[in-house]
Design a protein. Sequence first.
Lengths: 145, 70
Amino acid sequence: MKIQTAYFGEVEIDPSKILNFEYGIPGFEEEKEFVLLPIEENDIFQVLQSVQTEGLAFSVTNPYSITTDYSFDLEEATVHALHIKEENEVAVFAIVSLKETLALSTINLKAPIVLNTTNNKAKQVILNREEYTIRHLISSESAKG
Amino acid sequence: MLVLSRKAGETIWIGEDIEIVISEVKGEQVKIAIKAPRSIDIIRGELRQDVSASNSESVITNLDLFKNKL
C-alpha cells in the first residue's frame, strides 16, 4: 500500500510492517498505526511515520546506540498488552526530540516504545525509574565517551 | 465524568477487579490505595502529561539535521 509521508513523499509500504499502537501514544491517542522508515545514509536513526497523518513523524533510535547503560524490566501490563511470550521477540525504541544539533537533541529514556516483533503490537511505556528522564541530553552521553 | 464524595477508609470499585481505597486525607493531600490486576497500567497524571508534552515537542519539523551531516 502507498502512504503519504512527512519527509519522503509517497512511500510504498508493506501492510504487514505496520506497527499497531492499540491506544496510540500519549498526546496522540488517535494515532494507532505507524511504520518505521529508514533515513538514507543514517544507520542510527529511523523515522516513525504515522500511517494516517502525513505530517506526523518522530525520529526514533535504539536507545542502546546512545547509552549502553540502559535496562528495565517489562511490566506485566506491557507483556499482557503486547501478548509477549518470549524475551527475544521484544524490540525497544526511544523517541528523539531533534534540536538544531544532535548534541542539543534529547532522547526520551523514561518512556520507550516497546514492540513485539512477532505480532507488531507496540506501546509507549512509562518506566517507574527515577534515573531515566524524558529529556535526556544526547550530548551528556558523548561526553562520557 | 462521574464525581463521588468519599471519606478516608471508604472505597470505590471499578468493574470487578479494581478497588480504590481512600486511605488518608490530610490537608490538601489525599492518599489513595489502588488494588488492580497487574495487567493494568497505573501512572501519575503529571508524568503521563509530561510524556504527552514531550511527544508533541518531538514531532519532526525538519530533517535538516541529517541532511547537513551528509
